[in-house]
Design a protein around this ligand. Structure first.
Ligand SMILES: *[C@@H]1O[C@H](CO)[C@@H](O)[C@H](O)[C@H]1NC(C)=O
Ligand SMILES: *[C@@H]1O[C@H](CO)[C@@H](O)[C@H](O)[C@H]1NC(C)=O
Ligand SMILES: *[C@@H]1O[C@H](CO)[C@@H](O)[C@H](O)[C@H]1NC(C)=O
Ligand SMILES: *[C@@H]1O[C@H](CO)[C@@H](O)[C@H](O)[C@H]1NC(C)=O
Length: 639
C-alpha cells in the first residue's frame, strides 16, 4: 500500500513539474467601502491557457449587472524586467507621535505593546493578523510642525552664537528616544531616516522676528557650523541612545519658508558645500554607512537636486522626494541623469478635509506612491505622522498652532486611548485643573476654526494627477467647505480582521496603503531579501496614472529553493471619476503565456503566487524601460 501511494505521489510530483500549475494563493483586499480594511484570503485562482488582452473590454454598468461580465483590463507581468529593490517603508515619528504614544503607553500599556507589534513586528504571526511589518521611521532632528514646542539641539537663550556647539543636546526630545527604543525592541533592524526642519536660530538670518526657528535662511558663512551640527546629531544619537541613523537629509523641504513652524531655506549652492563637509566628517567619524540624501522636497522641482549632483555626485547616496506638489515622474528625471544614485520617497499625508471617505485618501496615496513613486525608482514609501490622537472633533493632535489639524496618520488613537489632557499639556507641567481648562478652551477654539483651504498643505498633486474629473469633486481649493473631520478620517468597521480594530485606535487609509506595500515586498519563506520591482503594464492606462486599473509588480527569489514569489498590487479605481458609481473590473493577468482572471470591486488588492525561478542573468542586463515612454512596448502580450 505504502509503496503504491509513494509511487503515485512521485508520478503526481513529476506531472506537476512538467506542467507546474501556477496559482494565486494569497490576496489582500481593501475595498472602497472599507468593508474590508486589510483582509487576507486564498482565492486559489489558477493561471490557465488563454489570450492576453491587448485592449480593455468595456461593459456598460447596466449590462454587467445582468451578465456578470465586467470591464476587463489586460495586466501584463514582465518578470524579467528587474528594477530597484523596494525595501523601505514606514512613517514619521515626530514629537507629536512620540508624545501621543507615550501617553497611550502610560494609560494602556498592553494595547500600546500590541499596537507597536501591529506596526513593526516582523513575525509571521503578526503579519497573519494584519500587521504591517514596517521597517522605517522618519525622525526630525529637533522640532518640526508636529510637536509641542519649537526647539533645536542647540538653542541659546539670547540668540548669541555657539559655534563650538557647547550647548548641543539631543535631550530635548525625551519621549522621542523612549518611543524609538520601544520600537527597536520589537524590530532591531529598524531604519531611521532623519532631517532637521531648521538650523538653530543663531545660524540663520531673515527669520521671524519673535521666533528665529520659523522661516529665514542658513546664514552665509554658517555652512561648516551647520555641517558640524548635523554630524554631531548623528554621533550623539549613536553614543547616547545607541541608535543608528540609516539616512540623513541636510534639511527637510529646503525651499519653503513657512512662518508657523520650524523651516529654513537652503540654496543648492549651500547644499553642495554642506553636503561635502557632512560626508567627509561622517566618514572620518566612522559613519560611512549613513546614506546622505539631497532635496527631500516636492516633485515640482528637479533643478535643485540636479544642480547639487552636477556639482559633485560623490557625497550623495541619492535623492529624497515629497508628494505635495508636482508629479512622481520627476523622480525619473533625476534617476535618468544619475542612475547609480538611489531614490527615496520620504513624506506625504492626505489632508482629510478634502475627501469625504477613506477610499479617496487610499486611492490618491496608492496611485501616487505605490504605483507612481515606485514606478519611478523609489525604494521607499514613507508617509508622514504614523500615529496621532484624533479628538472628539475629529481633528488630529497635538501639533503647533496653525499647523494642519486634519492631516491623516496611519493609526488614529481615539479619545479614550490617551489622557485627553496630554494634548493640551504635552510637557506635563500644569496642574490637572489648569490643563483641563486649556483643553476645553482649545476645543472651543478648534470648533470655531474650521480649517480653510489655505491653512493646510497645498494639495496640488491630487489636482494635477487626477484623470479627467468631469463632475467630480475638486481636489482642493474652492470646494473645501467644512466637512467634519470625524466623518472623514474613520475607516468604517473592518471585516474579518476586527481584532485590531479596537475601541482605542483605528487604522486609516495610510495604514492600508503601507500594508499593501509591505505584503508585496517583505521577505517571505526562506528569502531574506525584499522584493524587486518588475515590469508590468495595464491596457487601461489612458493617461499617466489615469484609468480604471493600475498595477505594480514585484518579484522575490529564493522563497523556496528554485522558487520565486510574484506580487501584484492592483488599484481598481473604477469609480467613474468619483461619481460614486462603483463598478467591478476584471484583471486579465498575463504571466508566462497564461492568464488568470481576477474580479475586484474598486479598492486596493495585492495578489501573489509562486512560480519556478527562471534564469534571468541575461534578461537582468536589459534595463527596464520607464513607463512614461515605454508603456506601448510593455503592453505587448508575452510570446
Ligand atoms: C474603454 O473605455 C475607455 C475610456 O472610457 C476608452 O479609452 C477605451 O478605448 C475603451 N476601450 C474599448 C476597447 O472600447
Ligand atoms: C513645553 O516646554 C517648552 C520648553 O521648555 C516650552 O517652550 C513650551 O512652551 C512648553 N509647551 C507648553 C505647551 O507648555
Ligand atoms: C477572462 O476574461 C476575459 C475577458 O472578459 C475572457 O475573454 C476570458 O474568457 C476569461 N478567461 C477565463 C479563463 O475566465
Ligand atoms: C463585484 O465583484 C465582487 C468580487 O468578485 C462580487 O462579490 C460582487 O458581487 C460583484 N458586484 C457586482 C455588482 O457584480
Amino acid at each position: 500500500m505504502k509503496v503504491i501511494a509513494l509511487a503515485a505521489a512521485w508520478v503526481a510530483a513529476c506531472a506537476q513539474l512538467a506542467h507546474a500549475e501556477i496559482v494565486i494563493d494569497r490576496m489582500w483586499s481593501t475595498t472602497y467601502d472599507y468593508s474590508k480594511v486589510q483582509e487576507l484570503s486564498d482565492p486559489q485562482i489558477k493561471f490557465v491557457d488563454g489570450q492576453a488582452l491587448t485592449a480593455s473590454v468595456n461593459v456598460t454598468a447596466a449590462a454587467s449587472v445582468k451578465s456578470q461580465q465586467y470591464d476587463a483590463i489586460g495586466i501584463q507581468v514582465q518578470e524579467n524586467q528587474l528594477a530597484q529593490l523596494v525595501d523601505t517603508f514606514g512613517g514619521g515619528v515626530t514629537d507629536s507621535v512620540a508624545i501621543t504614544l507615550q501617553d497611550f503607553k502610560s494609560k494602556h500599556p498592553k494595547d500600546y505593546d500590541d499596537l507597536l507589534h501591529l506596526l513593526f513586528s516582523q513575525d509571521a504571526e503578526w503579519h497573519a493578523k494584519g500587521g504591517v511589518g514596517l521597517n522605517t521611521v522618519r525622525v526630525p532632528l529637533g522640532a518640526c510642525d508636529f510637536g509641542a514646542a519649537p526647539y533645536t539641539y542647540d538653542d541659546t537663550e539670547d540668540g548669541s552664537e555657539d559655534p563650538k556647539l557647547e550647548l548641543f543636546t539631543i535631550k530635548k526630545a525625551p519621549k522621542l528616544w523612549q518611543t524609538l527604543h520601544d520600537i527597536v525592541a520589537i524590530h532591531p533592524g529598524l531604519k531611521i531616516i532623519s532631517a532637521p526642519w531648521s538650523a538653530p536660530g543663531w545660524m540663520k538670518d531673515g527669520a521671524d522676528e519673535t521666533q528665529p526657528l520659523f522661516g529665514g535662511n542658513l546664514k552665509e558663512g554658517m555652512e561648516e557650523v551647520y555641517a558640524n551640527y548635523l554630524v554631531k546629531a548623528v554621533s550623539e544619537i549613536k553614543q547616547q541612545e545607541k541608535l543608528d541613523i540609516y539616512a540623513l537629509s541636510l534639511l527637510n523641504e529646503p525651499q519653503i519658508q513657512k512662518l508657523e513652524y520650524p523651516t529654513m531655506k537652503m540654496s543648492a549652492t549651500q547644499a553642495i558645500t554642506v553636503g561635502k563637509l557632512v560626508r567627509t566628517a561622517l566618514n572620518k567619524q566612522g559613519f560611512e554607512k549613513v546614506k546622505l540624501l539631497t532635496w527631500d522636497h516636492n516633485w515640482d522641482n528637479t533643478e535643485y537636486a540636479l544642480q547639487v549632483l552636477n556639482a559633485d555626485p560623490t557625497p550623495w547616496d541619492g535623492t529624497a522626494w515629497h508628494g505635495y506638489a508636482g508629479q512622481p515622474s520627476s523622480q525619473k528625471v533625476v534617476h535618468d541623469a544619475y542612475p547609480d544614485k538611489e531614490t527615496y520617497f520620504t513624506e506625504y499625508t492626505e489632508v482629510t478635509q478634502y475627501f469625504s471617505e477613506p477610499y479617496k485618501n487610499m486611492k490618491n496615496t496608492a496611485r501616487n506612491l505605490l504605483i507612481g513613486s515606485i514606478r519611478y525608482y523609489s525604494r521607499s514609501v514613507v508617509l508622514w505622522n504614523l500615529v496621532l490622537r484624533k479628538d472628539e472633533d475629529g481633528f488630529t493632535t497635538p501639533h503647533l498652532p496653525n499647523v494642519c489639524q486634519n492631516c491623516n496618520a496611519a493609526v488614529l488613537l481615539l479619545p479614550d486611548s490617551t489622557d485627553a489632557l496630554a494634548a493640551a499639556d504635552p510637557n506635563h507641567t500644569k496642574t490637572v485643573a489648569e490643563a483641563a481648562g486649556d483643553a476645553k478652551k482649545d476645543k472651543r477654539r478648534r470648533r470655531s476654526l474650521w480649517r480653510r483651504a489655505d491653512d493646510v498643505k497645498p494639495d496640488t498633486t491630487t489636482q494635477e494627477l487626477k484623470p479627467q474629473t468631469g463632475s467630480a469633486v475638486a481636489g482642493g481649493g474652492e470646494k473645501a467647505e467644512a466637512i467634519q473631520a470625524k466623518d472623514v478620517v474613520d475607516a468604517k468597521k473592518t471585516g474579518t480582521n476586527s481584532v485590531y480594530e479596537t475601541s482605542l485606535f483605528k487604522r486609516s487609509s495610510d495604514f492600508s496603503v503601507l500594508s499593501h506595500l509591505s505584503t508585496a515586498v517583505r521577505p517571505t519563506g526562506a528569502s531574506k531579501e525584499y522584493s524587486k520591482r518588475i515590469g508590468v503594464s495595464s491596457t487601461d492606462e489612458i493617461t499617466e496614472l489615469g484609468g480604471r486599473l493600475l498595477a505594480q509588480a514585484f518579484r522575490q527569489d529564493g522563497v523556496k529553493p528554485g522558487v520565486s514569489r510574484f506580487s501584484l498590487v492592483l488599484l481598481n479605481q473604477n469609480d467613474h471619476y468619483e461619481t460614486d458609481v462603483w463598478e467591478n473590473a476584471t484583471a486579465v493577468i498575463a504571466f508566462r503565456g497564461q492568464i488568470a482572471n481576477v474580479t475586484t470591486l474598486p479598492g486596493l488588492y495585492t495578489l501573489s503566487w509562486e512560480a519556478p525561478t527562471v534564469d534571468t542573468s541575461a534578461a537582468a542586463k536589459t534595463p527596464l524601460p520607464a513607463k512614461a515612454d515605454g508603456a506601448a512596448a510593455d503592453a505587448k502580450p508575452a510570446s
